[in-house]
Write a protein that binds this ligand. Sequence first.
Ligand code: ZN
Length: 139
Amino acid sequence: MNIDSITNGVVIDHITAGNAMRLYHLLGIDSFDCSVAIIKNASSKKLGKKDIIKIDGEIIPDIDIIGYVDPGATVNIIKDGKLISKRTIDMPEMLTNVIKCKNPRCITSVEQELDHVFKLTDRAKKVYRCLYCETKADL
Ligand code: ZN
C-alpha cells in the first residue's frame, strides 16, 4: 500500500516514540485483515520523535486503549481520501478488559467470567486501580 494515501482508514498519530508496538498488540491489530503500516521514530516538531500507525481499512480502533497507552495521541479517520475526523485522545475513566489484575486473590482471578475493570484514580500520575481489589495496574 501507499502509506501516504489511505482512502478509507485510520491513522493513529503522535504516539510517543517506542509505544507503537504495545499499542499494536493491545489493540489486537495483528488480527486485522487489512494493511497496516507502523512508522517508528518519525520526526515530529511537537515530540521530537514519534510513532505512527496507519491502518488501511474501515476499522474504528478502541479509543480507550489508545488513551490508556498514550494519552495525547491523535486519531485521524480518513474516508474517501479525506480527513473526516481528527481527535486527541484522553485517558479513559474506566478500562474494561484491556489489562488484567495481577492479584492472585482478586475475584477476577477466581471468577473467570468477570470483566476486568480498572478505574482511573489519579489522572496526573496515570494510576489505574482494579475496581474489585484496588490493586494498582502496571503501566
Ligand atoms: Zn483485582
